[in-house]
Design a protein around this ligand. Structure first.
Ligand code: NAD
Length: 298
């Protein structure tokens, strides 16, 4: 049994820590949200009162935070992880963040004498609940191997990506494809309805045809078709539009830095921008279907 410090107990961090508890580890979790802390406590996480409290005496510390700015604050702040954690603790950031922030964390951790890996995940809230996430891990090979031991109960696939920040690079490119797929699924679903197709019959066809995708199978944005869809629950968030906007923005920025044209990605970025502008950034990202069918407009 290991002692695991965990910062960020939201839609992903909550169920991920629950699986570590089930595997027999002691997890000490901290979040700014009392709702998140209460849910984590119900799953067997020991509630910490601060970052320092969560990481004291831990064998390993995970972070699962919204954006690069949050990860920088949590690691580099005056009362942050690097200022509080014991020598020898392995540090694992599973947030999806920009490559520059990830590099800053690698550099600061190394300067302070810690091993750090960037280990973002794919698989959504359902994968977090089932313990079947894919982890993509960038960093020094020994640290990646040691991180993989702790990651086991949360994941079905652990894939080393190479050196520092390569995990984030893989994640950014993966999510570019995910959100383009989601936009395509949303358009196909609305058009199928307007052509008079039964929603379930069309989904049954597409899911075994060339229109298939993870977005179609997991996030189909029409109520009553797939059980894991946020559409069944008035688009209560499993992955907020705000975070989807952030992720596709990371791809657009990386593309600009590498002179890569992302014509479709930039277009899909606008879907999430429009959702945020309409005051719906806290809803599930699959609610972009309402921009296609015209029920959501600013
Ligand atoms: P979320 O907003 O549900 O959870 C983030 C949590 O971090 C919140 O509970 C928030 O209160 C907490 N937090 C923020 N700043 C903090 C601080 N300074 N100290 C302590 N806690 C703090 O987000 P999420 O959906 O769990 O996503 C987390 C990360 O994982 C993001 O980078 C996201 O892009 C990525 N991700 C999300 C999904 C998904 O399907 N939701 C899938 C893969 C990856």
């Amino acid at each position: 049994m290991a002692v695991i410090g965990w910062i960020g107990l939201g839609n992903m961090g909550g169920p991920m820590t629950a699986n570590l508890v089930k595997a027999g580890h002691e997890v000490r979790g901290f979040d700014l949200s009392s709702t998140a802390l209460e849910a984590a406590a119900a799953a067997g996480v020991t509630v910490a009162t601060s970052i320092a409290d969560a990481v004291a005496g831990a064998d390993v510390v995970f972070t699962m935070l919204p954006k690069g700015e949050h990860a920088r604050a949590v690691y580099l702040g005056d009362e942050g992880i690097l200022a509080s954690v014991a020598v020898g603790t392995l540090l694992i950031d599973s947030s999806t963040i920009d490559i520059e922030s990830a590099q800053a964390l690698h550099t600061a951790a190394a300067t302070a004498g810690f091993r750090f890996v960037d280990a973002p995940v794919s698989g959504g809230m359902t994968g977090a609940q089932a313990g079947t996430l894919t982890f993509m891990i960038g960093g020094e090979a020994g640290a990646v191997a040691d991180a993989s031991v702790f990651i086991g109960p949360m994941s079905a696939n652990i894939i080393p990506t190479g050196g520092a920040t390569t995990g984030q690079a893989a994640k950014i490119c993966n999510n570019l494809m995910l959100f383009i797929n989601l936009a395509g699924v949303s358009e196909g679903a609305v058009l199928a309805d307007r052509l008079g197709l039964d929603k379930q019959v069309f989904w049954n066809i597409a899911s075994v045809s060339s229109g298939d995708s993870w977005a179609l199978r997991t996030w189909y944005p029409i109520p009553g078709v797939v059980p894991t869809s946020a559409a069944n629950n008035d688009f209560a968030p499993t992955f907020t539009a705000e975070l989807a906007k952030k992720d596709i923005g990371l791809a657009v920025s990386a593309a600009q830095a590498t002179d890569t044209p992302l014509e479709i990605g930039e277009h899909v970025q606008q879907f999430f921008q429009r959702m945020v502008d309409a005051g719906q950034g806290g809803k599930d990202c699959s609610m972009i279907v309402e921009l296609v069918d015209g029920t959501l407009e600013q």
